[in-house]
Design a protein around this ligand. Structure first.
Ligand code: SF4
Ligand code: SF4
Length: 418
């Protein structure tokens, strides 16, 4: 067998374009016929070809199994579409289009758990509570957790994304006892947080969020509390660096800091250049002081063979989202009518589910001209929701994000070696 260049090793993900039982393998330009065997058996055979290659066949097979069987690792509940804040950069304004306060009932949540668990070949690893502001519907959150505990779902991890403004003593007690990862949105020091993160009447949220945080910190807790920071134009204009943000957030007692950049159609090249400079400074600072930040672990992930995936993201493949009405979507970033995979209270899963899932499975990186020739394609992740908002097409890479992801990964690889 001729040597197969490392860079082509995953190209057989084009297998998803299949015709009957005949498969085309690009690196070896060979046709494979399956008679009485499954796709994973075929891949096992093909992976033997790569025995001497550095990438473990395990990665390849782990990804391929999603094409054959359903594994829902993470189920996200949109417990409500309502929120008590009017953050200046909120993307849900574009997605929900309405400020209506719809709450998910316990019945809808229970049916979603039952039907989606039945669909999946494996138990959930993560249950995520999202909104709007999910603490507006803490009753359904409590119900879901107790239902899963009663039904012996021992190993599920619970994730909550909250704006942190509704955490009184009792709520803090419940969260401390039950939630594994609590993401609280806070953008840094008061003067910068309160420019963007405001109540409907325009008042800043900093004081009340820090009060709620202290309530949880005062209690014995099972999980981590992570600040989710959106680093915006306003940080740049106010000369608040990412290092300033990280230092301030840690001083409040958060376990970790997750910094993301603002997502906006108006982001300029200059904004991305600033973000890159800030990221570099933060990496340097954390490296010199032997500290960590969750955002940096993500960049490290981009250089790790463990994250090899044929898909830009796993929305609709190993994750699903259910909204208060029981409608199922690939992700909370893709809650548009054309991504509605059916309703949990009706005949779910029906044809809609299978056809949207198939189109997501076919949306591989090797199907995109840009990704196919990109050096980061094995491990790169790109949010399909952002692609859809910007380009109206989940298969079209978003150039500005590509540039910054590649710059950061390149810089980070030098940083590791250095
Ligand atoms: S960086 Fe862009 S072009 Fe490269 S693999 Fe990722 S999405 Fe595709
Ligand atoms: S990357 Fe975006 S679309 Fe994909 S799962 Fe994450 S939020 Fe959803």
């Amino acid at each position: 067998m001729a040597h197969i260049p490392q860079k082509n090793i995953l190209s057989f993900f084009n297998f998803f374009h299949m015709s009957g039982s005949l498969y085309y393998h690009i690196p070896t330009a060979s046709l494979w016929k399956i008679e009485g065997s499954s796709l994973s058996e075929l891949l096992r055979d093909i992976s033997k070809i790569y025995e001497d290659e550095r990438l473990p066949a395990k990665n390849i097979q782990t990804n391929i199994r999603y094409a054959e069987e359903i594994y829902i690792d993470k189920l996200t509940f949109i417990l409500t579409t309502g929120c008590n804040l009017a953050c200046k950069y909120c993307y849900t304004n574009d997605i929900y289009k309405t400020k209506s306060h719809e709450l998910m009932s316990k019945k809808t949540a229970r049916i979603a758990l039952q039907k989606i668990r039945k669909l999946s070949n494996k138990s959930f690893r993560f249950i995520q509570f999202f909104g709007g502001e999910p603490l507006f519907n803490i009753d359904t959150m409590k119900y879901i957790i107790s239902h899963l505990k009663q039904n012996n779902f021992k190993y599920v991890k619970y994730i909550l994304n909250t704006n942190g403004t509704l955490i009184d003593t009792d709520t803090a007690q419940f969260l401390a006892e039950n939630i594994d990862l609590i993401y609280i949105s806070l953008d840094g020091p008061k003067r910068i947080n309160d420019l963007n993160r405001v109540f409907l009447n325009g008042e800043g949220t900093y004081e009340i969020v820090v009060k709620g945080l202290k309530e949880i910190l005062n209690k014995p807790r099972k999980g981590k509390i992570i600040a989710e920071v959106t680093y915006t134009h306003k940080h740049i204009e106010s000369k608040v660096s990412m290092v300033d943000v990280w230092t301030h957030i840690k001083s409040l007692g958060f376990d970790d800091v997750y910094i993301v950049w603002e997502f906006s159609l108006k982001n300029s090249k200059e904004y991305y250049a600033h973000i890159f400079t800030q990221m570099k400074e933060l990496m340097k600072y954390l490296g010199q002081n032997n500290k960590e930040a969750q955002s940096l672990n993500e960049w490290r992930g981009l250089l790790s063979a463990n994250l090899i995936s044929p898909w830009p993201c796993m929305a609709g493949i190993d994750t699903l989202t259910v909204d208060p009405r029981g409608d199922v979507f690939p992700c909370y970033w893709l809650m548009y009518p054309n991504f509605n995979m059916g309703n949990i209270l009706k005949n779910f899963p029906d044809e809609k589910f299978w056809s949207i899932r198939e189109s997501l499975l076919n949306n591989t990186k090797s199907e995109s001209k840009k990704c196919h020739s990109c050096w980061l394609r094995y491990t790169c992740k790109q949010c399909l929701g952002k692609r859809y908002l910007i380009k109206g097409d989940i298969s079209a890479p978003y150039d500005e994000e590509c540039k910054i992801i590649k710059s950061i990964s390149k810089y980070y690889s030098h940083f590791i070696e250095g």
